[in-house]
Design a protein around this ligand. Structure first.
Ligand code: MTE
Length: 319
């Protein structure tokens, strides 16, 4: 069977975000830092802090200049509906999630289906620290130092066939540990999906940690994906199964509310949610509800890297 051809772009050829964010802004920041002796906002965060376990190296091609959101906010203000619908529920209840043993099975349109244990995943590619801007569909955002490597490294292992047009992520169901499964807020398991070129894009991160440590349960332990140009709902947590398929999968959110959530979920300030504006956002950890809102950027600021994936598409229809 023919094998999927991987994109020719190497991660190192991607324009560093500091460049596309505006050379002037970069020069201003760097210049001010040089004059005042101040460093970039993330410089104070020790690389690989607490990383006796993970040992990731910061990848300078994938860092934003925004100040990272404090770790205590990243790990206490969460969406993980399996543990409840309040932002504080995951911190309270996700302790019960059983993360060992754990494996991800990768199946479907692949020549070499395989189950990967966490130890396999940790060895598969060098772990990198990347500082990504994250934008939730609910119009709040964070800046998070993630630890992982491109999902493409995992997909390469299973040799996708030419029929592999989409990737579906299925996440864990542990009824004893997850009170949310007993209510029908979502058609469980929480299921998400990407087009194969989105899944293979170097920004799409198979994620095993944050702030230098293994993922806290409330953030999707032991393994999740992170897709920074899409609304946070696309970044499925606690993944147990990845299926490569020919037909576009139906995601949990599309199934619940098709008029509100589409398959793509790309951050787009020009297409409002039917019930609220997507034009601006509140940065968590930044002065509470009285802090000025930030303008939301097209593709969450990653347009230079990803806009070409959507050439010729009407992003109002494919939302
Ligand atoms: N994954 C699962 N399994 N269950 C969920 O409820 N929520 C999504 C996404 N992944 C969710 C999930 C939503 S709506 C968001 S905004 C992000 O996870 C939040 O990730 P964070 O809590 O690590 O910031």
């Amino acid at each position: 069977m023919p094998v999927y051809r991987f994109p020719k772009v190497k991660p190192s050829e991607i324009t560093p975000e500091a460049v596309w964010q505006g050379r002037r802004q970069w020069i201003k920041t760097a210049g001010a830092a040089a004059l005042t002796g101040l460093a970039a906002p993330w410089a104070g965060i020790a690389e690989g802090a607490g990383l006796a376990n993970l040992g990731a190296k910061r990848n300078p091609s994938y860092i934003v200049m925004d100040t990272p959101t404090p770790e205590k906010d990243v790990t206490s203000y969460n969406n993980f509906y399996e543990f409840g619908t309040d932002k504080g529920d995951p911190l309270l209840y996700a302790k019960a999630l059983k993360t060992e043993p754990w494996s991800i099975e990768v199946v479907g349109e692949v020549n070499a289906p395989r189950k990967f244990g966490i130890d396999d995943l940790l060895k598969l590619a060098p772990l990198e620290e990347r500082i990504y801007r994250m934008r939730c569909v609910e119009a709040w955002s964070m800046v998070i130092p993630w630890v992982g490597y491109p999902l493409s490294a995992l997909l390469a292992q299973v040799q996708p066939t030419s029929k592999a047009k989409f990737v579906e992520f299925q996440t864990a169901m542990q009824p004893d540990a997850m009170p949310g499964l007993h209510s029908r807020v979502i058609d469980w398991p929480y299921t998400e999906g990407l087009r194969i070129d989105e899944a293979m894009h170097p920004l799409t991160l198979l994620t095993l940690g944050l702030y230098g440590k293994t993922l806290p349960n409330q953030n999707g332990a032991p393994v999740r994906v992170v897709i920074p140009w899409k609304y946070g709902l696309k970044s499925a947590k606690s993944i147990v199964r990845i299926r490569l398929v020919e037909k576009q999968p139906v995601t949990s959110w599309e199934r619940i509310a098709p008029s509100e959530y589409g398959f793509y979920g790309n951050v787009n300030p020009e297409v409002d949610h039917p019930r609220w504006s997507q034009g601006s956002e509140r940065r968590i950890g930044e002065g509470g509800i009285f802090a000025p809102r930030r303008k939301t950027l097209m593709f969450n600021g990653y347009a230079n890297e990803v806009a070409s994936l959507y050439q010729g598409m009407d992003l109002r229809k494919s939302y």
